[in-house]
Design a protein around this ligand. Structure first.
Ligand SMILES: Nc1nc2c(ncn2[C@@H]2O[C@H](COP(=O)(O)OP(=O)(O)OP(=O)(O)O)[C@@H](O)[C@H]2O)c(=O)[nH]1
Ligand SMILES: [Mg+2]
Length: 373
């Protein structure tokens, strides 16, 4: 064999090795994208980058500002479903018409009992019953299956009106205030919403205006860190108004989108505490148009007492909507209907657990579906 032939054979072997190596490496790089299919999105492993620190003089002592959002690993989130957490209220509602068949006076008694058990409250229960009875007569409904369908339609209709959006106008300072009695879930709700808003790319500052309860600001600080939000806090016992003022200045200086104001829990019957809340609102109102939401947080497990709270808070600070918490552990979910029908306040979001993701935007149709098997 000549030297030329040997060289030729060597070149062929080298070419085969190079092509095989190339193919192997491209497989390691992942599934090739078929023509016409968009490339898969890159996995998001980090929280959005923290915006720069404020440039101007922001906050005077003794307030503390932690605006550098920490870089956190953003875990994959699985949003819980309302239906899965509404078991107890559903049990109360689905027990409504256990006796299937022809409508008789007992059908209506059963329905009334179920609605009251689910804490819909007497006035709203009566209103629902009257409407369903009238529709049943109109449509000449004769069996309980039809009544159940009419009931669903009536509940959806009752919950339909109301603006359920939580507003964040781009390019301006937006403030949401959270108010309510003690222990209803204000701070937890702020944490959940902060997480959601940061995930949506908003720059968020939490204002720890609960300076009354020791450790309240620490609790908020922990949540701020987890969510990648900034925090403005005062010392225990400091004037909550100054915390709100400084949080708004800090947010303006850093160009933040949203300030979430955590207020101390207070009894709706305590006049001086309700006056303090009005004052906080006035401080936010000094920046015209900044206050987008005043959210009343109501604990669903307190049932009808939530209505009295809603009335007093709405009167004091002009509430824009309700956050109904702890819907996961109660059969009293019917309070949603009472709040809407009797106070005219839309439930905007509901808390269905203690974790950062346990919050869902309230959707009337989804709620009504979730109430029945
Ligand atoms: N099961 C359940 N628990 C909740 C929910 N929301 C809040 N909690 C719990 O309720 C308790 C009180 O929550 P906080 O957020 O501290 O309530 P708060 O209104 O800020 O309380 P104060 O600041 O003391 O007035 C905590 O144990 C929370 O984990 C919810 O949707 N479901
Ligand atoms: Mg709190």
């Amino acid at each position: 064999m000549s030297t030329e032939l040997l060289v030729f054979a060597l070149i062929i072997v080298l070419a085969v090795v190079l092509i095989a190596g190339g193919l192997f490496l491209s497989r390691r790089g992942g599934r090739p994208t078929p023509p016409g299919e968009p490339p898969p999105p890159a996995p998001r492993l980090r929280a959005p980058e923290a915006p720069p620190r404020p440039t101007g003089p922001v906050v005077e002592a003794p307030l503390e500002v932690e605006l550098e959002a920490p870089e956190l690993e953003a875990p994959e989130r699985v949003r819980p479903r309302l239906r899965d957490r509404l078991g107890k209220t559903r049990a109360a509602f689905s027990g409504a018409l256990t006796r299937r068949g022809k409508i008789d006076p007992e059908t209506w008694d059963e329905l009334e009992e179920a609605l009251l058990l689910a804490d819909v409250g007497m006035p709203t229960t009566q209103r629902i019953l009257e409407d369903v009875k009238a529709r049943a007569a109109e449509e000449k409904a004769s069996d309980s299956e039809q009544v159940l369908e009419l009931l669903k339609a009536e509940l959806a209709l009752l919950l339909e009106p109301g603006d359920r959006s939580l507003r964040v106008n781009p390019g301006e300072l937006n403030v949401w205030m959270f108010v309510g009695v003690n222990g209803v879930g204000k701070t937890t709700t702020i944490a959940k919403l902060a997480q959601r808003e940061v995930d949506e790319g908003h720059s968020v500052v939490l204002a720890a205006a609960d300076t009354f309860r020791a450790a309240a600001a620490d609790q908020l600080g922990l949540w701020a860190e987890r969510a990648g939000a900034g925090l403005v806090r005062g010392q225990d016992g400091a004037d909550p108004g100054s915390v709100v003022f400084d949080a708004m200045s800090a947010a303006t200086n850093r160009g933040a989108d949203l300030v979430l104001v955590d207020t101390a829990g207070r009894l709706h019957t305590k006049v001086n505490l309700m006056e303090e809340l009005k004052k906080l609102r006035r401080i936010v109102d000094r920046t015209p148009g900044a206050l987008k939401e005043v959210l009343l947080v109501v604990d669903a497990t307190t049932g009808q007492n939530g209505l009295a709270q809603a009335r007093q808070f709405a009167e004091a600070v002009d509430v824009t909507g309700v956050v109904l918490t702890k819907l996961d552990g109660t059969a009293k979910g019917g309070i949603v209907l009472a709040i809407q029908a009797e106070i005219g306040l839309p439930v905007k979001v509901v808390g269905i657990g203690e974790g950062a993701d346990d919050l869902v935007v309230f959707d009337p149709a989804e709620f009504v579906d979730a109430l029945f098997d």
